[in-house]
Ligand binder design. Structure first.
Ligand SMILES: C[S@@+](CC[C@H](N)C(=O)[O-])C[C@H]1O[C@@H](n2cnc3c(N)ncnc32)[C@H](O)[C@@H]1O
Length: 225
C-alpha cells in the first residue's frame, strides 16, 4: 500500500509507510503523495458528460476531496511531510493559522512542512518596474483578491490574504514551528518534491520550510531561542 492510497483514518502513529500530504494540490499531483483539494469541480470531472458540459479540468483520480479548514484527516504524529503550493493565501489569516497548527499536530517529530505562496513583495516590485500605463490594473488583477459568484460554490476560489517572507515566517512561528526558514525553489529537506514544485511559479513565489521539533530537541532549546 503506498501513501497515496492509504486510508487516512487507518494511519497509525509512527507508521513505517511514508505519508506525504499535498494540501490544495489542484491538478498538480505527484505519485506517492496524499493529494487533497476541495474544488467542487472534482466531482463534476468524474462524470464525463458534466466534465465536457462545464469544461472542468481533468482531475487526477488520486485527488481526495476534502476541506482542510475542517481539519486534516490524520491522527497525531502520523505524517512525514506536508507540502502546499499557492493555497494558504486562499484562507483568512485566522484560517491559515488554524491549518498550520493542524500541520504541527499531524506531523511526526522531525516531519517537514513546506509552504509556497505568492510573494507580495515580488508582486509590488514587478508593479513598480512595469512601465505600462495599465500596470496598476495588472497589479490588482494579480492579487486576485476580488470575489465573484464562484465563491458561492467554492470557498477558497480566490485569495483572501497576501504574504511576504516576514508574515509567512511570523504565522509559522505563531503556530508553534520554532525553526521556520526561508527556502528556495526546489531546495528542500523533502526528498521527493519532483512533480510538485512548479518551475513556472518560481519568480512570483516565496518558499518557507519548517520541521517539527522532537521532544528532546525542545527541552534543549534555550528559552526564547
Ligand atoms: C491556486 S490553486 C494551487 C494548485 C497547486 N497547488 C499549484 O501550486 O498550482 C489553490 C488550490 O487550493 C484549493 N483549496 C482552496 N481552499 C481549500 C480548502 N479549504 N481545502 C482544500 N483545498 C482548498 C483550491 O481548490 C485550489 O485547487
Amino acid at each position: 500500500m503506498n501513501a497515496a492510497s492509504a486510508p487516512a483514518k487507518e494511519q497509525q502513529p509512527h507508521a513505517e509507510v511514508f505519508l506525504g500530504v499535498n494540501i490544495g494540490c489542484g491538478t498538480s499531483v505527484a505519485d506517492g503523495w496524499y493529494n487533497i483539494d476541495n474544488s467542487p469541480t472534482i466531482w463534476l470531472s468524474r462524470i464525463p458528460v458534466l466534465r465536457s458540459l462545464f469544461r472542468v479540468p481533468a482531475w487526477p483520480k488520486s485527488v481526495h476531496r476534502h476541506d482542510v479548514l475542517r481539519g486534516l484527516p490524520f491522527g497525531n504524529e502520523t505524517v512525514d511531510c506536508i507540502y502546499s503550493s499557492h493555497t494558504f493565501e486562499h484562507f483568512t489569516y485566522a484560517q491559515s493559522l488554524f491549518l498550520t497548527k493542524e500541520c504541527l499536530r499531524v506531523l511526526k517529530p522531525s516531519g517537514v512542512l513546506r509552504i509556497v505562496v505568492p510573494d507580495l513583495k515580488q508582486l509590488v516590485q514587478d508593479y513598480l518596474s512595469d512601465p505600462d500605463s495599465m500596470a496598476s490594473h495588472r497589479f490588482i488583477e494579480r492579487l486576485s483578491l476580488s470575489h465573484t459568484w464562484q465563491d458561492l460554490f467554492h470557498r477558497g476560489a480566490h485569495h483572501q490574504q497576501m504574504f511576504d517572507g516576514r508574515s509567512l515566517l511570523g504565522m509559522l512561528d505563531e503556530a508553534g514551528f520554532e525553526n521556520a526558514q526561508l527556502s528556495n525553489f526546489s531546495e528542500s529537506r523533502i526528498m521527493n518534491l519532483a512533480g510538485l514544485e512548479l518551475a513556472q511559479r518560481r519568480h512570483e513565489s516565496i518558499y518557507v520550510e519548517a520541521y517539527k521539533l522532537r521532544a528532546q530537541d525542545q527541552m534543549q532549546l534555550p528559552k526564547g531561542a
